[in-house]
Each structure stands twice: as C-alpha cells, then as structure tokens.
Design a protein around this ligand. Sequence first.
Ligand code: NDP
Length: 231
Amino acid sequence: MAETILITGANRGIGLELARSFTALGWQVLACCRDLQQATELRQMADGRPEVELLHLDVAASDQIVAVAGHLAGRPIDILFHNAGLFGSRDQAFGNTDPEQWLEVFRVNVIAPQKLTESLVENVACSGRKIVAIMGSQLGCIGDNSSGTWPIYRTSKAAAHMLMRTMAFDLKARGITVVAFHPGWVRTRMGGAEAPLEPAAAAAGLTRQLLGLSPADTGSLIHMDGRRLGW
Ligand code: NDP
C-alpha cells in the first residue's frame, strides 16, 4: 500500500512543490489548504490523480482541525508535514509591531502544529514511518541572529523549534520521530524574488531528508541540504 503524507499550506510555494514531489514518488498526498477555490495550481496538479486528495484546512481554525481529523480517522499518515506559515508584515521595525498580528503569526506557526498533531497523533502512530515535521527557519535560530529585525517572525520560528523539541520527547514512547526543517532561502511569496533557491529545489532537498530520517534524528533541526543546525 502506498505511503501517505499530509501537507498543510499545499496550495503554493514550498508546500505545493512538496506535494508534487511526493506525488511523483507514488505516495498518497493529503494536500491541505485554506481556500480550495483559489488553489488553481494545486487543483490542476490533483486533476485526474486520485492519489492526491484535497482537504480544506485553515490551520488556525480549531473546528476545521476537528473536521479533518474526523474525516481521516483510522487512516495511517506516515509523514505529517506542518508547512503552512505566516511572516507578518514586512515592516516589523522596533516601535512598529502589532500585537494582534504577532498573535496571528503564533497561532499559525506555533499553536497550529501542536493542535493538529494532537488531533492526528493516532494516524501517525499507526503508520509505518511515524514522522512529524515542522517547518522552522534559520531566522528563528537565536545563535545565528546577528542582525535583528523581524521580531514577530523570528520569535515564532524559535518557538516552533522549541515546540518540535518538546514534542520529540512527548511522542518518543510512541515511536514517533519529530523534526524541524530549514528549507533554505526560497523564492516564494514569503521568501521574495531575491531568494536564490527555487521552491522545487527546496522541496527536493526536504524530500531527500524526510526519506532518510531514522528515530535517532528525533529532536533535530535539519537544513534541507542535510546539515544539522544549532539553536
Ligand atoms: P508562502 O508564503 O509561499 O506560502 C505559505 C503557505 O502557508 C501558503 O500556502 C498559505 O496559504 C499557507 N498558510 C498561511 N496561513 C495559513 C492558515 N491559517 N491555514 C492554512 N494555510 C495557511 O511561503 P513559503 O512556501 O516560502 O513557506 C512555507 C514554509 O516555509 C513556512 O512555514 C515558512 O515560514 C517556511 N520558510 C520559508 C522560507 C523561505 O525562504 N521561503 C525560509 C524559511 C522557512 P494561503 O495561500 O491561503 O495564504
């Protein structure tokens, strides 16, 4: 039986390319996005491919998490990939930070991966690979911060790394491997036009890393090129 990956924010950017990558490998892909009407590229990709299932999921909406978990009850999920992310406004200069925006970014980047994993943990636990992956970012690495700026995004990704590490211990007894990734600086709506890396190249690197994971990797922050990153 084909293995299964669930990807949040699969309608564009890195998430869409991850969905393409695992589809090409013959996996069952549960591609989640919050607005299926707008997800033209994803719908085109899924057209005529029963192995790609589109699911409506705003990761910040707890009722939608409950609905998706109900729909997927009893189905193994080999890789649960929390890709959906928010940056917040481009102007996060000191003196110009909006608390409501900060909370929204935390809701998507930090709280959602916890709540969605809590709702789908049985699906992951009954799968072959038993992997939970959270998209982190080098901008969330405290020791790497030598320039300041973007406090909203940076703190959310530092928290996402801590969440991953905590979850790695919380789920160890169930044999679940939990990791976080830095995908590189990627040319997406979030990464911007200056970014050197194509989304497909980032997705290819992430796919390679995901397929090579073992339980000994749990708790690691991993660059898409395979390097283990410090906090
Ligand atoms: P994009 O901005 O291109 O894509 C972000 C995705 O997240 C979109 O699919 C978006 O959906 C989705 N999303 C945002 N909020 C929600 C929500 N509430 N519910 C469901 N989906 C949501 O960014 P990237 O592809 O570049 O980023 C993907 C991940 O990689 C993010 O977590 C990001 O932080 C991380 N990352 C990216 C880097 C880069 O250089 N690009 C570097 C380091 C990390 P919608 O279209 O509906 O808005």
